[in-house]
Design a protein around this ligand. Structure first.
Ligand code: BGC
Length: 503
């Protein structure tokens, strides 16, 4: 048995594999290897892109992370109160929520999920927004609101795609990601699109804040915990937002006296939406394999979202599927046979990776034979005939999933490490924790996600600094965060601020 990188689980004696399969797996492990030095190089390069973006990379240059100012200059304290609507588009479903902020770091939420069909994702953008407005209407009619009849409801809109934000309630769509590709949307103000759709249906709701899910997650974690440095999503897509010193956001063009005035008013910070999913679109440091290139080439956004395609839930299953097919075609797996599911584009859902790996998690509470559990997944979910699946095939399929998933987690750690280093200037000397509020299906469901990220963080940052990083699950953060942004916008408006859309 060839030796594997030490960050992978040790192969057990059960894993005696036929020599050709063993060799092919070792080759896959090597292609997906992410040694410490590489992780450090990636972190350095990400820091470089952070600062390039803050200084003002041209907005139409999609080779780099955009580092978008969110116009959120304060994070919540936990005392905020009120009832707000929140809309969340950009994950698996559209969600409409009513959030009641109770003012003691707690909230209550009513929510309803609505399915966004594949046809809506690629059709005319007005059809998508009419559907969204219809869902708000349905929510208000069927679920109801606790706000009084004559009160116009403020809505926070979590729109989780790259948007060039120009105010707290305005921003133009830069590009689509995660399988969306609606026509006539790029360059349009998404708040206007939503407001027009709501107005067409005479729905008494005003969109008063536009927010990326990462910013929402950060706001929600700060509301609940009193402190948060970064909100991150590792779900269908990946991205992070963090609190930056405003004088480093040089592309906003503040003059020295304005910066001074900001500081005097305690407005010396701004939440920045990094859009780190677009990191290294230029392919300078990320460890591209032929499998990644294949996934990228037939995606709807080739040569974009390079980092996201190695990390997030939309793509991990697809990379795994491509590696399994390679082993099938090399005649070392499943006796050289594939299935309709395995042949289909996106035919292996990332959720299956959890099912393939969970039986092998050390000290897992799952009882029973791990190989039998994996065989069950392969036959029931991928349609393989039991006679094609030997024990060695079960071990190998679980291993491929682990190799692809572990690379994703280790690369994810680079973004966290880069954020720690970027904010060192302000957090240095602080003994307190550096809180990362994270949400998304990988954080919530992928076995050993946090452990794998933590191991890599220790390698990149060293044990002392890594120890300060606190990973907090910020479940449903984007809905609560959108409500908090609507609250912030309403508060700013009542003080006569001009950044809020008036109607
Ligand atoms: C989008 C981001 C979003 C992330 C997580 C990415 O594809 O570009 O705006 O925050 O997914 O949902």
């Amino acid at each position: 048995m060839a030796s594997s990188p030490s960050y992978l689980l040790p192969r057990t004696s059960q894993d005696e594999l036929p020599a050709a399969l063993d060799q092919a797996l070792t080759d896959v492990e090597n292609q997906f290897d992410t040694p410490t030095d590489l992780l450090k190089q990636i972190t350095d390069r990400m820091l470089w892109e952070f600062n390039k973006g803050l200084a003002g990379a041209p907005t139409d240059d999609e080779s780099f992370m955009p580092m978008i100012p969110s116009y959120l200059q304060q994070v919540p304290h936990g005392t905020e109160k009120g009832t707000y609507l929140a809309l969340d588009l950009g994950g698996t479903n559209l969600r409409v929520c009513e959030v009641e902020l109770l003012g003691d770091s707690k909230w209550r939420m009513k929510q309803q999920k609505y399915k966004v069909s594949e046809a809506l994702k690629v059709g005319e953008v007005t059809a998508l927004f009419d559907y969204i407005a219809g869902s708000v209407d349905h929510f208000l009619t069927e679920i109801g609101t606790s706000a009084s009849e004559d009160e116009k409801l403020h809505l926070g809109f979590t729109f989780s795609f790259p948007v060039q934000q120009t105010a707290i309630a305005a921003g133009t769509l830069m590009s689509w990601t995660k399988g969306f590709e609606c026509k006539n949307a790029i360059g349009k103000d998404v708040v206007q699109l939503l407001q027009d759709a709501l107005d067409r249906k005479h729905i008494h709701v005003r969109c008063s804040a536009l927010v990326n899910d990462t910013c929402g997650t950060l706001m929600a974690a700060a509301y609940e915990r009193g402190d948060c440095l970064c909100g991150g999503i590792f779900g269908t897509g990946t991205n992070g937002a963090y609190v930056e010193d405003i004088d480093r956001l040089t592309k906003m063009g503040f003059q020295a006296d304005e910066l001074e005035a900001n500081k005097r008013h305690g407005l010396d910070k701004m939440v920045v939406n990094t859009e780190w999913g677009a990191f290294d679109n230029e392919r300078t440091v990320l460890p591209f394999t032929v499998f990644d290139s294949r996934v990228d080439r037939i995606s709807i956004n080739p040569r974009k979202q390079a980092y996201e395609k190695m990390i997030s839930g939309m793509y991990l299953g697809e990379v795994t599927r491509n590696v399994l097919l390679h082993l099938v075609d090399s005649q070392v797996l499943f006796k050289g046979y594939s299935t309709r599911a395995l042949n289909a584009h996106y035919g292996l859902d990332t959720a299956l990776m959890s099912a393939l790996e969970a039986p092998f998690v050390p000290n897992s509470t799952e009882s029973g034979d791990p190989l039998a559990a994996v065989r069950d997944v392969l036959t029931s979910s991928l349609g393989l005939a039991p006679a094609l699946v030997a024990d060695a095939d079960c071990s190998a399929a679980a291993r491929v999933s682990e190799v692809v998933g572990t690379r994703g987690c280790r690369l994810a750690a680079c973004a966290i490490a880069a954020t720690v280093r970027q904010t060192e200037q302000t957090t240095q000397g602080q003994e307190k924790e550096l809180v990362f509020g994270l949400d998304g299906s990988l954080v919530e469901f992928y076995p050993r996600f946090e452990q794998r990220v933590r191991d890599a963080l220790v390698e990149i940052l060293g044990a002392d600094q890594a120890k300060k990083v606190k990973i907090a699950l910020a479940k449903d953060g984007s809905g609560v965060g959108a409500a908090l942004c609507a609250q912030a916008a309403a508060a700013m408006e009542s003080k006569g601020a001009t950044t809020v859309r008036k109607d």
